[in-house]
Design a protein around this ligand. Sequence first.
Ligand SMILES: [Zn+2]
Length: 447
Amino acid sequence: MVNVNDFGRITKGKWYYLCCLLLLAVCLLPCLRADAADSDFGDRVDGMAEIQGLRMSNTEDKTRIVIDADQAVTYKKFALRQPDREVVDIPNAWLSPKLKREYTPKSHYVSKIRIAQFDKTTVRLVVEHKVGADNIKVFSLRGGKTPMRIVLDFGNLAPDSSQAKIALPDVKPAPKPQAKPVPKPQAKPQPKPVKPAQPAKPAQPSKPAQTTKPAQPAKPAAQPEPQQPASTLPAQEAAQNGDGDKTDDDIRAMVSLEGRKITIDPGHGGNDSGAIGPTGIMEKNLTMRISNELRRLLVAQGATVYMTRTTDTEVSPKHAAASDIEELQARCDVANEAHSDIFVCIHMDSFTGPAARGTTGYYYALGSQQSRDLADKIRQGVIDQLGTQSRGTQSCNFYVLKHTDMPATLVEVAFVSNPDEEQLLNSEAGIRKAAQGIADGIADYFG
Ligand SMILES: [Zn+2]
């Protein structure tokens, strides 16, 4: 009896065990299937690239469409007729729901742009165009740690107007042997983008907009700047020497800045030089030059721009006699009194060693989500243009970000203490790209 009872109990236990297993299998099956394949088009499967941006720029010569992905992607392209369409399929990709799906650009070359999640793992871009196959170029771009981009050009494409013309670093295959009014520091046809060569990041780069500012430039003016601050130079010079991208040929977001009020704050000025690079380049002059070019770009896009300073001076009416707080508050006042929509403060980073490099976006730790977005987008824009390494978007307690009433960011464009980045920024091409990157970020923010 004992044996029989035991046997009976064991048998019951087995059945119970089997039933549980079955039940479990039935319950789990749909979940497993959903993960593998049955996901809705709106779901992002793990590991897929996210298509985060679709931008367009127009010039006389061409219409450029840029697709931004957050990681490396491949693509397949093919043509369809009636109407003429260029199709780009991006496998293993997911279309961000934030993206607008259809555009009707004002362009001589392109009549309609559509982007969609074609199937669960493929994003498809379809461009209706009015040009022949020879007038279309599709290629991808990748620079350092920046996101992947797929670029489509439609228009009167010069034979050499592919990668070379718009790659990230200062690129021009063959600098034209023209007499140039200003010596160009970088004559290399293909200088490397600033590569993340250093394994260890320094813990603390300079904190520029803190309430402490360097009392006096550490170095006397023994090494003057090879180039002038040049508040009016960049645009004309770009047109003259044809170096790098023409400013009207840059990638711009599909957004007008009409009616937007933007305050630009070029860091430092006057008695406060900011950081000084290894060859004597002063931060205050680079921030001024970038800011002037940025103003030009923003005004061209319809924005109203306020500058905290337009010359090499302090902003406070007390000038050099102003306290640190007074000087920084004067900068905030410009933005606050103008009821600016955004405040963009421009600095160059610095560190004791030469290795530190890259671009950082800052927002006030207790500030708005918009400030964080703005910081993030401007940092990304700069990286896209300059090919610098990303140091991320970071929270901070900088005075000017804390005491401005609108979304505000401080961008450390690059390290003036790094010889490569000092050189890169102390060039018209570097200044233009930095400004264009910030403008792209702003357009992205308002877009
Ligand atoms: Zn600074």
